[in-house]
Design a binder for this molecule. Structure first.
Ligand SMILES: Nc1ncnc2c1ncn2[C@@H]1O[C@H](COP(=O)(O)OP(=O)(O)OP(=O)(O)O)[C@@H](O)[C@H]1O
Ligand SMILES: [Mg+2]
Length: 356
């Protein structure tokens, strides 16, 4: 009994936030598709797929990251591939803790001295603005369980905007569109906060599912998740470059392997309604904003970032539709984590952005 009380006391002490007490600081972007981890003064130390392979027989995680993603659809029944983050929030808490622990063992330990005394690591992580209090707490708790001694949370859009080189405290608002694997976040940011925002759950994963349905209906072929992603990455473009990819799936009719030649125009047709929805959402967000904000957005344009912003010609396509300049952030894969790393160097700004 006494030891349980002791443990509870220690756990509570661990959770007392001692702002910026230790110098060891780790930044986390626990993305739906890709986990990014950076460390203070070192920068990015890990970029890995947010996947785990769980052995149901021995109840252990066998592989993590890219290795687990690469065996998707190819494992015996007792090995289950888990994606612990869905639509930007943790959906499998235990798996996420295991993932973060293993990623930290793999990356952060390289930067910690061999001293017997373990340094106190402070963790700073992002959460999407639509995350509920329970979902925010899940991020916080998962990092505590993974060994962090102190955890702070920042809204994802503010970190992303900082990573795009914007000053979120400026009184001139900026429009940032983060096109991620789980979420598409359209945010107007200024004066240290989010002025207006719209979040769609039609990110990269949803697009892969749409491709699956399209190929199934048009060609009668069942594709695996990785094949659908491959088609999206290799074929989707808005520069009218009609490429072709030959891909193998399972015939709907015979259940046997079947090869299909998929064209860029197929993928564009499959996903056009999703991109039109994104464009309509940008228009709606501007329509519901004050004229001053519309004017500022017209002056500086809209920034695109996140994995999907790499789609060739997407910036020009959106720009033609909304008649506003659209600029793709050159560091599109790392805006959010770079933003956290930058904020880590500006403690006065960071302390104003911490929500938890
Ligand atoms: N060259 C590319 N063309 C098209 N899509 C791409 C390309 N490269 C990556 N992607 C897609 O980008 C998505 C991953 O982007 P990102 O790393 O921004 O997501 P995330 O941060 O993990 O997700 P979220 O922020 O929504 O939780 C995946 O769906 C991936 O298929
Ligand atoms: Mg992201």
């Amino acid at each position: 009994m006494r030891s349980i009380i002791m443990i509870n006391v220690i756990e509570s002490i661990k959770k007392i936030k001692l702002p910026f007490f230790s110098d060891m600081e780790i930044y986390f972007d626990l993305g739906t598709s890709v986990t990014k981890i950076a460390i203070k003064d070192k920068g990015l130390i890990l970029r890995e797929a947010t996947y785990l392979a769980f052995n149901q027989k021995v109840k252990d995680y066998l592989f993590i990251g890219e290795e687990a993603k690469s065996i998707l659809g190819k494992t015996p029944d007792f090995i289950k591939i888990i994606r612990p983050v869905v639509s930007g929030v943790i959906s499998d808490f235990d798996a996420e803790v295991a993932l973060v622990k293993k990623f930290l063992d793999r990356s952060a330990n390289l930067y910690v001295s061999n001293s017997m005394i373990k340094p106190l690591f402070r963790g700073i992580a992002i959460v999407p603005s639509i995350a509920t209090e329970i979902e925010q707490k899940a991020v916080e708790e998962s990092l505590f369980k993974a060994g962090l001694s102190n955890v702070f949370l920042v809204e994802r859009a503010l970190a992303t905007a900082t990573g795009c080189g914007l000053n979120v405290f400026s009184h001139q608002p900026n429009f940032v569109t983060d096109l991620g694997g789980g979420l598409i976040e359209l945010s107007i940011i200024g004066s240290g906060g989010i002025i207006a925002q719209k979040t769609l759950k039609n990110g990269g994963d949803h697009m892969n599912k749409t491709i699956y349905n399209y190929i199934y209906l048009k060609y009668g072929v069942i594709l695996g998740e990785s094949s659908c992603e491959e088609l999206k990455i290799k074929l989707l473009n808005f520069i009218d470059d009609d490429r072709v990819v030959t891909i193998r799936g399972k015939s709907l009719e015979t259940g046997l392997p079947k090869t299909v030649r998929v064209k860029s125009s197929d993928i564009k047709e499959a996903l056009l309604s999703t991109f039109n929805l994104i464009i309509d959402s940008i228009k709606e967000l501007l329509e519901s904003s004050a004229p001053e904000i519309v004017d500022e957005t017209l002056k500086r344009g809209i920034i695109l970032t996140g994995g999907l912003s790499k789609i060739p010609g997407l910036d020009r396509f959106i720009s033609q539709e909304i008649k506003i300049d659209v600029i793709t952030n050159p560091d599109y894969q790392y805006a959010t984590i770079n933003g956290l790393t930058k904020l880590g160097l500006r403690k006065d700004e960071l302390s104003k952005l911490v929500i938890r």
